[in-house]
Each structure stands twice: as structure tokens, then as C-alpha cells.
Design a protein around this ligand. Sequence first.
Ligand SMILES: [Fe+2]
Length: 565
Amino acid sequence: MKNIIGLNAIGFNTSACIMINGKIKAAIEEERLSRNKRTRLFPEKSIEYCLKSCGLQINDIDAIAISWNPLINLEKFDKFQSRNLSYLPNILHAALNHIIKNKEINEKYFNQTLLLKKKKIEIFFIKHHLCHASMAYLSNFSNSGIVTTDGFGEKESSTLSNFKNFKINKINENFFPHSLGAFYSTFTEYCGFTPQSEEWKLMGASSYTKNENLYKKLKNLVELKPEGKFELNLNYFNHYQFHRPNYFNSELINYLNIDPRQNDMGPMSKKYFDIANSAQRVFEDVYFHQIKYLKSISSSQNLVVSGGCAMNCVANGKITKNTGFKNIFISPVPDDSGACLGAASYLVNEIRNQKKKVFLKDYYLGPSFSNKEIEIKLNKYQIKYKRIKNIEKHAAKEISTGKIVAWFQGQLEFGDRALGNRSILADPRSKRIKDLINKKIKFREKFRPFAPAILKEFADIYFEENQSSDYMELALKFKKKVISKVPGVVHVDQTGRLQTVDKKYNLKFYNLINEFFKITNIPLILNTSFNIQGEPIVCSIEDAIKNFYLSGLDKMYIGDFEISK
Ligand SMILES: [Fe+2]
């Protein structure tokens, strides 16, 4: 089995990747190409990109691995689960077709064979949480504990497993509707944000205030059970009703005695910051309860965290302190977009027993454009530009004089984290910079922080804990003595969601920060994704041009070209 396509084709954030001889060669989210944020569209354009980037056609593919097993949704299950059936009609149709031929249901996966232009392509539908857990194959660990936590898979909402000898062994699971992801989404919606999309806004808002009474109230909604399990008090939630108008219900409103916030209500008041803080604290209580149990029965010091909840970098930054695990791996795409990587990895290792560690360090897996291609487009749209010799040095100088710049270089990142190829960059020494970017460029809420990208070798000088965070997966505390030097990237709780930049994996971005360091003696810059609110991160040259002119950006560095306003 040489050429494999991995897909996340169900739910939000559809995506595709291509694996050749056990190596991931390309990956992209459909939203980057369709320009429809968090799209549910089948990842047709993503498949096309993956094939094209490897010079292949669909009949060169040997197998397709999909991160969902719809047969599981056909089992007889409890009243909550049975309501799912009407929610997934397309899968139901495909699965019914198959179930006629198969009497026994394999919990882990099922496969079909497609005959395409005389070529047999095997299609594997793999259990969702097994795909999340398979991110362990992408880590550099040979053994680890694994926790997967999200809204829901087919039936599961979280799993605990051990990883050893190229095998994932599940220890236990928590079933939907008792779901940590759904708990967090409920309060995301309660505070006026979009559930299953804007959870990071709730996380950003969670650091401002504290209200012990409200925290206790929210804590009472979740019961921690033995063996890392938990149950929600379902009387207060609506997420398991798929015809739901909302995640929360009137019982929850009465219980909290706070009206849900509408998004057009203007700036958030204290009571919603209190809700955000309480929800975050309860989230962490459950998260660490799961992980601590895993540690108590695991001999490994290593932990892989995956599933949508692993996007919570505030909680991630506290894992080592709270759970006993020493080394943490969280990919930059732990959510469903990244499940396509897990699906392909599961297929080669667990189904085909090929024992192929798919270790992936570099997540720059999307499209890139040559200087020639960029120049043709700039001429076509009659945009004035300058070709610059040492663009890193030039951009660093502009940033150090207060300019806010767009940085469009190399291959697009896979995942929601801007890792220095499609980024907006600015001077972290400025106190005003956060408000300025929020207002003029991102058009977003004032309370949201911006992340620091720091030269890897300086991370322990600036942060209290010496942990690598190559993919912005952790929020760590700044050392007190440096806070006044970089106020633009210090959140109200004195943390920063850092990216440790390694010259081995992104030399251009490293050089840019190093040039900034030579000018300012500060080895870090403010780095946020190159997009404006409501839009996916830019992918093409045209996306970059549109976002540049629709925002208050001062300069754009695209390939070797500088564009000014
Ligand atoms: Fe998931």
C-alpha cells in the first residue's frame, strides 16, 4: 500500500492529506481553498490539491482512510444516540448499502472497495477517536499515554489509551452526551460566540476575572467519576438534541440567573468574563482528572493529547504541573482537521501492520508560490511592488519602527496556528499594538491576546517553564523581569501562547526574528494569523492581496516582494 489519501469528510473542518510510503507529503483544510470558514463541504478541492502537489491522479491512489466509522451509528443504542440518525443521512445511506453485505460490525473500522478506471481503491472508515489517538504516530515518542477529547466521535467523547510497540491500546472511554467539548461549547455560546468554532474567544476571555460562587455552580454541573470518567448533569444542557436551537436550555439560564449574551450586545460585561473563567476552570478540572488517572496507570513519562479540546492552550500549559507527565506532544492540528493524518497513520500501522512511524515535524504542507508566479500576479493586478534582496532584514527593520506587516512565505501551514508562513507580525515592545491590531486589522474583540514567536534558544530566558511549544500549543507564564519589555504579547494573566521557532524547521522565519533581535535586543515578535475576522487564513496570492487591502496593514512581504500602502 503505497499511496494513501486521508480524509476528514464529516462535520466541520473537512480536510485531506496524502501519504506516500508512510510519509505525509501534503495536507490542507477545505476552508483554505473554498474560503468558507469551518466548512462542512466534502474536501474535494483539498484532494485535488494533494494529488496535484504529488503529481498523482486519483487512480494512482491505493487506499483512502476516512476518520469516521458510520456503521457504529447503526447499532442499537440508547435514546440519546438514536437521535443522531436523522443528523447523518448521507452516511446512513452509504453504510446501509454496506451493512447488507456484512453481518458483523467491526467496532474499529470497516472497508469497501471502489473500482475506478479499472483500479481497485480500498476505502477504510476508521473510528473517529482512534484517528485522534493515532496522532501518537506523528509524535517522536516510542511509548506514551494518549488522551483524546472532543465534542463527540461516533459515540465517544473522550478516550484514554496507551501507545507502545506501534500499537494503540484503549483503556477506557467516555460516551456522548457526557462531553467536555460540548460543555465548553455550551458556555462559548452562552457568552455570545459561535459554538464549535469560537471556543478560543471564551478561552481568551477566561483570564480576566474570577467569581468563586459561579465557579462552584458550574462545577456542580459535572460529576467526576472513577477511572478518569465524568458525567454532565444533562438537565442543564441541550447539545444532545440535534434539532436544538441552542446548546444551553432554559434550566441553565434559570440556574445561572444570567441572560445569555447576544453577539451584538457590544463589549462583554464582567458577568460573562466570570462565566468564561468558571467554564475554563471546570474544563481544566475535568481535563486533568482524565490525564491524572491515565498517569496513575501508565509507566510512560510521555503524553499525546488530541481531539478538539487539545486546542485549549491555556489548559495545555498546565498539564505538566498538574498531572505528572513530563513530555507532551500536541500537534498543531489536534482537532478534526488533523484527523485525516490520524486516519492514514492508523491504516498503515494498525490495519496493515507496517510499523511506520509517521513522525512529522514540519506542518508546512499546503500550497506555495514561486517569485515568478507572485510577480506575474502583482503585474496582472497592477500592484506597485519592490523586489528586496534580504527580505528578512528589511521586514525586521520595518517592524522595529512600528509597522504592522503581513508575511506570506513558503508553504501554507496545516492547522489553525500561524507558524510563520501566513502571519501578521508586529513589534511586541509596544503597549498599544494589541489594541491597534484588534481594531484596525483583525476587527475583533479587545480582550483577545496575541502570541509571541520566540527564537527557541531564548525560551527559557523569557518563560518560567522550559517547555518547547513549536506549534503554539502551550500558554506559559512569562518571567516577571521580562514582562515590561514585551507588553504587546503578555496576556492579562501574564502568560503568552508561545511558538518556539527552530531554525531547522523554518529558517526564513527564524532569520526574520533574529534580525529583529539584532536591532532591538528582543528575540521575539508578535505573530498572529494572516486573516481578518470571519475569514480563513489566506492561502493564495489573491487571498493575501484582498486581506492586505481590506485591513489596516502597513506592508506586505510576499515572496521577495514588498508592497506598501
Ligand atoms: Fe473529533
